[in-house]
Design a protein around this ligand. Structure first.
Ligand code: ZN
Length: 344
């Protein structure tokens, strides 16, 4: 597929690239399009868990190091807002170790996703934020920051920690047991949400530390991806399904990246009741920005200017002027989609 990049850049949007998207050198690409770019993004650690820079923490895709380093050096030199993407709990390499895989109450393990209740993984993520933050960049987009669904996580550690809160034996803790009692269910939501935001706190600390080390003028921003899909109850449902608390994200990192309809191929059309529901579910953004936060709209796999204009029109209706896209879906998209909207 041959894309007219200039046409996209002229729409004033942030595009997140993978080196594979580009068939020329970073230098040739950036110098060709620099005059159209206000900001641009590159993957730093993808869902396969591999880093594109010489990480001392994560495994490395050696073949992309030169591209990555030249890219961030040039965007900085040319005064372009530099953004790097990082997949957090969606980490195929780390999840090779079954000990870290998240699982449901039937013991079905997810081979692509880490249990968010892992302090050692927060430290791992924090190291990666520090490493990427040592480059002259302005922002990190954090993808995959929540639980897979409300039915997670029932790994040994989560059972052991949560079961006593509802007077149950760890081995006998089931999703049904939790959901049968509204108080238990509410505790479950709160407990999971605490884990997500405690983890984010580690990453924000790491970002701040990298500001001190590099003497960066403006603080390194961490934009936290939140999924917003009709299958999981739009913004309200997402709190309980994935563990997000928008107000807390606002306090911790101040930046949220709203991944619209990640599990659906099309967005609702303006004028439909579904569109109105979507707009309504984005009302939380008003409060988020009033408290000093910044929200961006995000969508995977935007390959036409029409799709982009559709996003911008929605942004206008909900008071969000920043649009972030990728040309591709994540490499593990089908597995992610299946685990997010599957039946448990
Ligand atoms: Zn767990």
């Amino acid at each position: 597929m041959k894309l007219n990049y200039r046409e996209f850049f002229m729409q004033k949007m942030l595009i997140m690239f993978k080196p594979e998207d580009i068939d020329i050198s970073a230098k040739d690409f950036i110098s060709t399009y620099a005059s159209y770019m206000e900001d641009v993004g590159i993957v730093g650690k993808g869902p396969d868990g591999y880093a594109l820079y010489p990480s001392r923490t994560a495994p490395v895709r050696e073949e992309h190091i030169a591209f990555f380093e030249e890219w961030v050096r040039l965007t900085d030199a040319l005064g372009i807002h530099g953004v790097v993407g990082v997949d957090l709990y969606t980490d195929g390499w780390f999840a090779r170790d079954p000990k870290y895989q998240t699982m449901n109450d039937k013991g079905v393990k997810m081979e692509h996703q880490i249990c968010p209740n892992r302090k050692e993984f927060w430290q791992y993520g924090a190291e990666i934020v520090k490493e990427i933050g040592s480059y002259p960049i302005n922002e990190i987009l954090l993808f995959g920051t929540g639980f897979i669904r409300d039915h997670f996580c029932f790994c040994e550690r989560c059972r052991k920690e949560f079961a006593p809160l509802v007077d149950q034996e760890p081995d006998r803790l089931t999703y049904q047991f939790i959901t049968e009692n509204p108080e238990h269910h509410e505790k479950w939501h709160q407990w999971r949400s605490d884990k997500i935001h405690e983890g984010l706190g580690y990453l924000q600390e790491a970002a701040t530390e990298s500001d001190d080390t590099t003497g960066r003028e403006q603080p390194l921003k961490l934009s936290v991806e939140v999924l917003l899909d009709p299958e999981t109850g739009l913004s309200e449902g997402a709190k309980n399904e994935y563990g997000y608390d928008y107000a807390r994200i606002g306090e911790i990192t101040k930046n949220v990246l709203i991944n619209l309809y990640p599990w659906s191929p099309v967005l609702p059309t303006k004028g439909s009741s579904e569109y109105d529901n979507l707009v309504e579910s984005l009302y939380f953004v008003n409060e988020f920005t009033r408290r000093g936060g910044r929200a961006s709209l995000f969508r995977w796999g935007v390959t036409t200017v029409e799709q982009l204009q559709e996003l911008k029109a929605l942004g206008k209706d909900v008071g969000i002027d920043r649009i972030v896209t990728t040309f591709h879906y994540p490499s593990d998209y089908s597995r992610r989609r299946e685990s997010a909207i599957g039946n448990y």
